[in-house]
Design a protein around this ligand. Structure first.
Ligand code: C2E
Ligand code: MG
Ligand code: MG
Ligand code: MG
Length: 290
């Protein structure tokens, strides 16, 4: 009797789970219409050279502006999109949006820097992914060398052999590749050496307490050293305080992003920031004033 009802009976009778499940279903059905209703938005968070405060590019971050709900974070809706093929349409929209914004910036300023785009496992596994990338870059008349693809450490290790082949092709196109949320997985130096990776991004959970917790400090230092050994760039995520900034800079971490330098902003705001940098005005933070 209880077997036949399966796990569903539990979800059905628990008021908590019921609420959460209904909420998920509602969001999922609204997400299906988000693209056609033009509810998705792309924001850009500046990436900064910790040695001199120069903005060297940005990370493109997705937002869903759902009327009546405010902005919904991608950590809430990307997992829903990944359960279906919705992520493919969303991923394609992201790629197009970022290329269009980049093209517009290039018409106004000399060098917008490199812009990174987050990828989902399903996108990477899409048979036509490489061809789709090529055609989007061509359509918007932007060079792949202006872009970086961020792949999380966990995604990278799902089927390493297959992933290496794919990443080799993307790298050959001129794309820069980075490992996101680095430190949360278990990749070894020897495994990493097989991927054509140009950047390690230290997960913000380690950056948060690096200046006060010795375990986190050790992890951050180890990642910076791995980056040197592999001869790749290291970017610290989620830099919020001056203490974190000083810790990272003193340990030789060259790049960072976080609230201390600027939150994710609109394409126009990012353009204004780089414009003022090119004209010799304004740095991202007073930390670099002298
Ligand atoms: P992520 O790639 O690790 O992005 C960094 C996250 O840290 C972003 O959250 C960013 O807004 C947040 N952040 C920035 N500065 C700070 C800071 O100083 N402190 C703290 N605590 N957090 C900071 P967001 O925008 O909510 O994105 C969450 C995740 O969603 C991203 O993590 C990424 O994995 C995914 N994501 C975002 N955009 C896309 C996209 O276009 N496609 C795909 N597939 N995934 C995306
Ligand atoms: Mg990222
Ligand atoms: Mg990350
Ligand atoms: Mg993350």
């Amino acid at each position: 009797h209880s077997k036949q009802n399966g796990g569903n009976s539990f979800a059905f009778y628990s008021p908590d789970m019921n609420g959460a499940a209904v909420e998920r279903l509602m969001l999922k059905s609204k997400l299906r219409r988000a693209l056609e209703r033009d509810e998705l938005m792309m924001l850009y968070q500046p990436k900064v050279d910790l040695r001199n405060g120069h903005v060297i590019g940005a990370e493109a971050l997705l937002r869903w502006r759902l009327p009546g709900h405010g902005d919904i974070s991608p950590s809430q809706f990307i997992p829903l999109a990944e359960e279906t093929n919705m992520i493919l349409g969303i991923g394609e929209w992201v790629l197009n949006r970022v290329c269009a914004d980049y093209r517009r910036w290039q018409e106004k300023i000399k060098n917008p820097g490199r812009v990174s785009i987050n990828l989902s496992l399903k996108q990477l596994r899409q048979a036509s992914f490489i061809a789709r990338c090529k055609s989007v870059f061509r359509r918007h008349e932007v060079s792949p060398t202006c872009f970086e693809l961020e792949i999380t450490e966990t995604t990278l290790m799902v089927d390493p052999k297959r992933t290496i082949k794919l990443l080799d092709e993307l790298y050959a196109m001129g794309l820069h590749l980075s490992i996101d949320d680095f430190g949360t997985g278990y990749s070894s130096l020897s495994a990493l050496q097989q991927f054509p990776i140009g950047t390690l991004k230290i997960d913000q959970s380690f950056v948060r307490d690096a200046a006060i917790n010795s375990d986190d400090a050790t992890i951050v230092r180890t990642i910076i050293d791995m980056g040197k050994a592999l001869e790749v760039e290291v970017v610290a995520e989620g830099v919020e305080t001056e203490e974190q900034f000083n810790f990272l800079r003193n340990r030789g971490c060259h790049y960072g992003q976080g609230r201390l330098f600027g939150d994710a902003m609109s394409a126009d705001e990012f353009l204004a920031l780089v414009t003022s940098q090119e004209s010799g005005r304004a740095k991202v933070s007073e930390l670099f004033a002298s």
